[in-house]
Every structure is written in structure tokens, then in C-alpha cells.
Design a protein. Structure first.
Length: 179
């Protein structure tokens, strides 16, 4: 290494130092002041997204039981064909897709499909798929089972959820009784 190369090296280090110092100074002095506005904006956007996807907590949902008697399985089938079959099959013995087959899921244990690789969020959640659990799950999967792999925002309308649930209930040789 001759001395010009050493000098070039030194110059490079010096320039890097100056750039580092300047960007630090610039971000401290120029960008810092603007920060609070950005934070406020972010919170507003998050709050709006929350509102669009339905209530944040499962407990805030009204019970679905009173809606089930009037619910329409045919309309539920339409919703499932539109929103769910990209990831789920519904026929008895159907293969898993991105999500498990849904035949016989109502009333069954969580993670009811043999051999499907469920998340711990679903598999580890106590209880069976009751009507109210399905209602909360379909309203907002990530609120019912935080960490779930079901990438689905949720169904906002309580009536539509009831329709879907009575349709799913019928996917069985032995549907569980309506409440
Ligand atoms: C983007 C793909 C995707 C869409 C769309 C989707 N699901 Fe899922 N679903 C999944 C995945 C993945 C799982 C497994 C979740 C886990 O293990 O965390 C799952 C799990 C489930 C379960 C639990 C099954 C069990 O055996 O415990 C039910 C019930 C369910 N989905 C119903 C629905 C319904 C009804 C719809 C439509 C309204 C729907 N899903 C839309 C991917 C999807």
C-alpha cells in the first residue's frame, strides 16, 4: 500500500464521518420537530382500521344465538363461496388448502382437521368451536386467537356471521342442536 492509497483511505473515513455527523445533525434538528404530527396520524389511521374491522374485543360482540333461528344457510353458503373457499374446502373429506377443511367444524375441538399444521394460537385455545366462539372468530380472527395464521379481516355484519354459522353447522352428519 503506497501513501496515496493510505491518503485515499483516510479521506474516505473522514468523509464518512462527516456524512454520518451531518445526517445525525439533520435528523435531530429538522426531522425531530415533525415527529409528533406523524405519531398522531399513525394513531388515527390505526383507530380507523380498527373500526373498519369490527370491535377490538370478542366480549364486545352481542351474542349470536338469538340470530341463528332466523339465519339463512343458503345465504351463508354464498358468503363462504365468496370469502372462504380461497383457503378452505367444505366437502366431507376435502383436502386442506391454506386453511383446514371445514366439514364438521361446528361443535368440534379446535384444530379439528387431522394432520393440518395449526398455529399454537388456535390449537392451544381451550374449548370447542361453539356458536359464540365461531361468532367471535369470524368477526375478527386475530382478536379471538391472537397469533392465528388465518389471514382474514373478519365479517362485520352479525347477520352474515349467523348465516355462515348455520351453513357451517349443516356440514355434518350430526349437526349439533341450535341454541
Ligand atoms: C387467507 C386464507 C383464509 C381465509 C380467506 C379464511 N380462512 Fe379460515 N383458516 C385459515 C387458516 C390458515 C386457518 C388455521 C389457523 C391457525 O392455525 O391459526 C383457518 C382456520 C379456520 C377455522 C378453525 C378450523 C379448525 O379446525 O379449528 C375455521 C372455523 C375457519 N378457518 C373458518 C373460516 C371461514 C368461515 C372463512 C370465511 C368467512 C375463513 N375461514 C376464511 C385460512 C383462511
Amino acid at each position: 500500500m503506497d501513501s496515496t492509497e493510505v491518503n485515499k483511505g483516510m479521506a474516505a473515513i473522514l468523509i464518512a464521518g462527516i456524512v454520518f455527523f451531518l445526517t445525525g445533525w439533520l435528523s435531530d434538528n429538522l426531522i425531530h420537530d415533525a415527529k409528533p404530527e406523524h405519531e398522531v396520524l399513525k394513531i388515527e389511521v390505526a383507530a380507523k382500521a380498527e373500526a373498519a374491522a369490527g370491535p377490538a374485543k370478542a366480549e364486545e360482540l352481542a351474542p349470536v344465538a338469538p340470530l341463528l333461528a332466523k339465519a339463512d344457510a343458503a345465504s351463508g353458503e354464498g358468503v363462504v363461496k365468496k370469502l372462504c373457499v380461497a383457503c378452505h374446502t367444505v366437502a366431507e373429506g376435502g383436502k386442506a388448502g391454506v386453511g383446514p377443511n371445514l366439514y364438521g367444524v361446528v361443535g368440534a375441538a379446535r384444530g379439528h382437521m387431522e394432520g393440518f399444521n395449526y398455529s399454537a394460537a388456535v390449537k392451544g385455545k381451550a374449548g370447542n368451536w361453539s356458536y359464540e366462539d365461531l361468532n367471535a372468530w369470524l368477526a375478527k380472527p386475530t382478536a379471538f386467537a391472537p397469533g392465528t395464521r388465518m389471514a382474514f379481516a373478519g365479517i362485520k355484519s352479525a347477520e352474515q356471521r349467523a348465516d355462515v354459522i348455520v351453513y357451517l353447522r349443516a356440514l355434518s352428519h350430526n349437526p349439533i342442536p341450535l341454541p
